[in-house]
Design a protein around this ligand. Structure first.
Ligand SMILES: [Zn+2]
Length: 102
């Protein structure tokens, strides 16, 4: 990921712009958020933890190639527009460990 591809992340506690320093996003207010597998981690534990293993186990469920539908493609086009598949830059957020599966 190049610098221009990296979104301007802001601290959830101070709303200050975060600076990438190696594998950590650092807040001027003192917070630090690790980056693992190229994904910033803003949450350490949450009520959604139980969903992570489920999403990993059924990771193909939302693939149109698996379901034989166009539901995921249609949903993505609703969010991104017709640029989907033509170089659109998409940033997604997932509160669970399923982010490592996507
Ligand atoms: Zn902060």
């Amino acid at each position: 990921m190049t610098k221009s591809d990296w979104p301007d992340w802001h601290c959830p506690n101070h709303t200050k712009r975060l600076k990438k320093e190696g594998k950590v996003l650092t807040c001027p207010g003192g917070d630090q958020f690790p980056i693992r597998n190229g994904v910033p981690r803003f949450v350490t534990t949450s009520y959604a933890d139980a969903f992570g293993p489920e999403a990993k186990k059924y990771r193909t469920t939302q693939f149109d190639s698996y379901s034989g539908t166009t539901i995921t493609r249609d949903r993505a086009r609703q969010c991104v527009g017709e640029d989907l598949g033509r170089g659109a830059c998409v940033t997604s957020i997932d509160i669970t460990e399923a982010v490592d599966s996507n």
